[in-house]
Design a protein around this ligand. Structure first.
Ligand SMILES: Cc1cc2nc3c(=O)[nH]c(=O)nc-3n(C[C@H](O)[C@H](O)[C@H](O)COP(=O)(O)OP(=O)(O)OC[C@H]3O[C@@H](n4cnc5c(N)ncnc54)[C@H](O)[C@@H]3O)c2cc1C
Length: 335
């Protein structure tokens, strides 16, 4: 991985060095093209920011990219194994990853794009590319609740690890996997946990091996839960809920609002890509090639499904690179 200030034009510039973006660069290189990845954070920045002790839902072979085997002694790998795997893949393919560079915008057009980035110190950089892939994921932008007190520094939208919450009153908002896993981990490490979910029960997407655990903790009264309920206000020492039994105030030290994330739609639109507002803001693209309505700009990974962030995972997004490489073969070789 190198850090050149200026370079010749690359065939493909991939915005986002997550598993999908890496797969796109690898498949382009395997097809004989030059590729450059740019990420605002580190390699696999989203995975790096997942809960420290998380275990993937997926068996290792379904996380593989570039035909490199992912072996793990565990049935399902954990976060540090996955990070090690993707580092090794990056090394194996000698991927050119510009880390800690945020893509702000792209100018130019198909065949001669100019990608404008900014580094951690505010310095501006530019990269020239014939084609672009946008693989920016969804993990940078939480779905905010929009309630008073959400901006207090005791409110978190990402769960990391349990230790700082020992012997504290913690509210977890949400009813899907992230909320269930965080509530269980916090409770197991000595926090007093209350789960608040607007649905009548835990969401049907909670994994089948997590659901009985959270439901039994709730049934036993080890984790308190309020269903069909909402947090209406967060204050320094308490939270207010609206429940079917009426309003309620609970003592509180920390809140984890784990209510999902969404792609950076402004960024996608700013590139000229149209969002289908009638269809969950799915960006317009050809499903066969993943080329968007802007010639030369391709989409990959979770963003292809717009607001439906539970449709494309690493498991299936990793194949987007092959589709794009195939399309590049037709276009760049013909050029
Ligand atoms: C807790 C958790 C557990 C999960 N477990 C699984 C699982 O077991 N199996 C599975 O298949 N999926 C799982 N997923 C989903 C999976 O991680 C995502 O679907 C996947 O990361 C999407 O890959 P991606 O490459 O599209 O996006 P990401 O991995 O999010 O990568 C996008 C990258 O783009 C970068 N970026 C964003 N904007 C810019 C910009 N303007 N300039 C430069 N860089 C930018 C980000 O820093 C990031 O590195 C899980 C998700 C979560 C939150």
């Amino acid at each position: 991985m190198s850090d050149h200030a200026a370079e010749d034009i690359v065939d493909l510039l991939v915005i986002g060095a997550g598993p999908t973006g890496m797969a796109c660069a690898i498949e382009a290189q395997r097809a004989g093209f030059t590729a450059l990845l740019v990420d605002k954070g580190c390699l696999c920045n989203s995975l790096f920011h997942y809960p420290a002790n998380m275990t993937f839902f997926t068996t290792p072979e379904l996380l593989e990219i570039g035909n490199i085997p992912f072996s793990s002694p565990n049935q399902k790998p954990n976060r540090s194994e996955a990070l090690e795997y993707y580092r090794k893949v990056a090394e194996h393919y000698a991927l050119d990853v510009r880390q800690y560079e945020t893509v702000e915008r792209a100018t130019g057009s198909d065949g001669r794009f100019l990608v404008h980035t900014v580094d951690r110190f505010g310095r501006k950089l530019e990269h020239r590319a014939r084609k672009l892939v946008v693989a920016t994921g969804y993990y940078d932008l939480p779905n905010y609740l929009g309630i008073p007190g959400e901006d207090l520094n005791k409110v978190r939208h990402y769960y990391d690890e349990p230790h700082p919450f020992f012997d504290r009153d913690v509210v977890v908002i949400g009813g899907k996997n992230s909320a269930a896993i965080a509530a269980l981990d916090l409770w197991r490490h000595g926090a007093r946990v209350t789960l608040v979910h607007r649905g009548a029960e835990m969401h049907r997407h909670v994994k089948y091996w997590i659901l009985p655990d959270i439901n039994n903790r709730i049934k036993n009264g080890e984790i308190s839960a309020y269903f069909s309920s909402n947090v209406t206000n967060i204050a320094e020492d308490e939270v207010m809920l609206s429940t079917p039994q009426g309003p309620l105030t609970l003592p509180n030290h920390f809140v984890f609002a784990l209510t999902g994330y969404h792609p950076d739609f402004d960024f996608i639109e700013q590139l000229g890509v149209t969002l289908d507002e009638e269809n969950d803001r799915v960006p317009v693209c050809d499903p066969a090639t993943l080329e968007s309505n802007v010639p030369g700009i391709y989409l990959a990974g979770v963003i292809v499904a717009g607001e439906r962030t539970n449709e494309i995972f690493i498991e299936n997004g990793r194949f987007h690179g092959q589709l794009i490489a195939e399309a590049l073969r037709g276009k760049l070789q013909a050029a």
